[in-house]
Design a protein around this ligand. Structure first.
Ligand SMILES: [Zn+2]
Length: 198
């Protein structure tokens, strides 16, 4: 996908931090059967992609997913498409079992799956931080992604760039969580006036 290489390093910054802080990581992927309804050959709106078990369905080479990451597969049956990692998955169950209240979301999707996941996460009551330089969507019309992001910020999503997380994992264990909180709340304050302008 265009732009996918550019988000690798920002995504890795977050993954490294979460691994260092021993915070849970979930990795969602499209995992489609060969004749999936979203493929143009079946009348869908996308070229064939992410066929289960093939190279195209693998996580990007160079993405530093921790070994402890939980993989969530979506769109696994031929006749239904999952527009977000929360659709037809047990992601919410996993998260609530862990007592998770806040999600940091990054990733890429041709069909807005990442942004749909943000909308679903808000609906489930999570506080959502979108790592803005680690997200790619393909604009069906120019500016789609930017408009969607602006709407999400209006809805309470905090957008933060990965640079804000650099160095937190080098701090002493006791001060890491506090550093993360300070970073996020600082960003949240800075974002609010922006969101109002929308
Ligand atoms: Zn798909």
């Amino acid at each position: 996908m265009p732009g996918s290489q550019a988000i690798l390093e920002p995504a890795n910054v977050c993954l490294d931090l979460f691994a260092a802080l021993r915070l849970p990581v979930f990795a969602s992927r499209d995992w489609h059967p060969k004749k999936h309804c979203s493929f143009s050959a079946q009348g869908g709106h996308l070229p064939e992609h992410c066929v289960a078990g093939t190279e195209g369905a693998r996580f990007a080479a160079g993405l530093r997913l921790p070994a402890s990451a939980t993989v969530v597969s979506k769109g696994v049956s031929a006749d239904t498409d999952a527009f977000s990692a929360f659709t037809d998955s047990d992601l919410d169950l996993h998260l609530s079992a862990l007592g998770v209240q806040r999600l940091f979301i990054a990733g890429l999707s041709p069909d807005f799956g990442v942004l749909n996941a943000v909308v679903d996460a808000l609906g489930w009551g999570y506080w959502v931080v979108l790592v803005s330089d680690a997200v790619v969507t393909v604009d069906q019309r120019l500016g789609d992604g930017a408009r969607a992001l602006a709407a999400l910020q209006q809805a309470g999503v905090v957008a933060v760039r990965s640079a804000a997380f650099v160095g937190i994992d080098n701090k002493r264990r006791a001060t890491r969580a506090k550093a993360l909180e300070t970073t996020i709340s600082g960003v949240a304050r800075a974002e609010r006036p922006l969101a109002r302008q929308g």
